[in-house]
Write a protein that binds this ligand. Structure first.
Ligand code: CMP
Length: 374
């Protein structure tokens, strides 16, 4: 077992069978461990199943100790210097050592087991979306903080006004600004427990304004995060597409600006073996560039196979006629999809590319008066 192949098993996103099996075991261990610790806090479960919970916890601790040792070994042998000093290694270390250390320190079993909730953090390693979320929050930090400051201003103003308006009548709930803050935050977050409510007309008016402000604040927050996510996804797709487009023979000779424009327009689509990409007789809504894999054009009498670098689906876009053949992926296939509207927009600007696409369509038997680029 050498370090490089081990590293490949441990790497997030690795595709091999052993990598998948390892990830499955890893996630199963997290789920088992956390479920055991959570269940143990129910007295009846602790009483009836205590030894099973103990066994599960120890098993998970042992698995994560092995996981830690493998990762440290790989980092030391082939990682860059200091690779082991990542936050994730800290999580791995606490996951392996936390519970035994707490037991050694003299905590009782169930309390020591609570440290096992750190296992949840190990899920972060293989959750690509969490990394994206982290980046989105970092990128949008400035607007998020601005909204947070607005939130604090409204909170303080609401608590102060509630104290002024309701403090005399309800000293328990509104007798000081800190007391009034409970009502303010429950109302501003639109949680509205209703345990404390203003009674005076002005107090109620204030309540209404605070509720509306609360919705505005969370709406803004959600909007900032959502648009950050979209930006991030777009950037990622753009980079991945750029790579593919710049390497494809059909696009290689175009200028960098045109490649960038095409990379922005194309959408990645993956198809499994046997999946139908376009169906004969359907209206044409997009054409496809084949980046990896193979498709079969179901023509009679002889089907035609297309490989990397080929494209298809152009005929219906050019002629406006229905698809003239069904096209099926014969193995896992990566396509880049160009929408019909974008195809039209590109047509005027990339004469060599369009000439190649029109020429192929004519070779494939397209006969319409419009079948020539103008
Ligand atoms: P379209 O008609 O939009 O959808 C089916 C596609 O199959 C068609 O565009 C062409 O891209 C492709 N196709 C049709 N005939 C041939 C052919 N003779 N050789 C290769 N591809 C073809």
């Amino acid at each position: 077992l050498n370090a490089a192949s081990l590293a490949d098993v441990l790497r997030p996103g690795a595709q091999g069978g052993s990598a998948r099996a390892y990830r499955a075991a890893y996630h199963a261990a997290v789920v088992t461990g956390v479920a055991a610790v959570v269940a143990e806090t129910q007295a009846e479960i602790a009483a009836d199943w205590g030894s099973l919970v103990d066994a599960a916890v120890w098993l998970v601790v042992a698995l994560f100790a092995v996981d830690l040792a493998l990762r440290l070994g790989v980092a030391r042998r082939i990682g860059p210097a200091g690779a082991w000093r990542s936050p994730m290694t800290m999580v791995d270390a606490v996951a392996a050592i936390g519970v035994p250390a707490a037991l050694l320190a003299g905590l009782a079993g169930p309390e020591a087991h609570l440290l096992g909730l750190v296992w949840l953090l190990k899920l972060g390693r293989y959750a690509g979306g969490l990394t994206t979320l982290g980046r989105v929050v970092r990128n949008a930090a400035e607007p998020l903080v601005s909204v947070l400051i607005g939130f604090v201003i409204v909170l303080m103003a609401a608590a102060t006004l509630a104290y002024v308006l309701e403090g005399k009548a309800q000293p328990e709930a509104f007798g000081s600004i800190p007391r009034a803050m409970w009502w303010a935050i429950v109302t501003l977050t639109t949680t509205g427990y209703g345990d404390v409510t203003p009674h005076s007309p002005l107090g109620r008016l204030l309540g209404g304004v605070v509720m509306v402000c609360g919705i505005a604040v969370f709406g803004l927050w959600a909007g900032i995060l959502a648009s950050g996510f979209v930006d991030e996804m777009r950037r990622r797709d753009f980079l991945r597409n750029w790579d593919l487009v710049a390497k494809a023979p059909l696009f290689r000779d175009l200028g960098a600006d045109v490649i960038a424009e095409i990379a922005r327009l194309l959408r990645r689509r993956e198809f499994g073996a046997g999946a139908v990409v376009v169906r004969r007789g359907d209206a044409g809504s997009a054409m496809y560039f084949l980046m990896a894999g193979e498709v079969e054009v179901r023509l009679k009498p002889q089907p035609v196979r297309l490989n990397d670098g080929a494209f298809f689906g152009e005929m219906a876009l050019i002629s406006g006629a229905p698809r003239n053949a069904t096209v099926v992926a014969t193995r896992p296939t990566l396509l880049l999809e160009l929408d019909v509207a974008d195809f039209r927009a590109l047509a005027g600007r990339t004469p060599p590319l369009m000439e190649a696409i029109y020429a192929a369509a004519r070779d494939r038997g397209l006969v319409t008066p419009e079948a020539a680029p103008d």
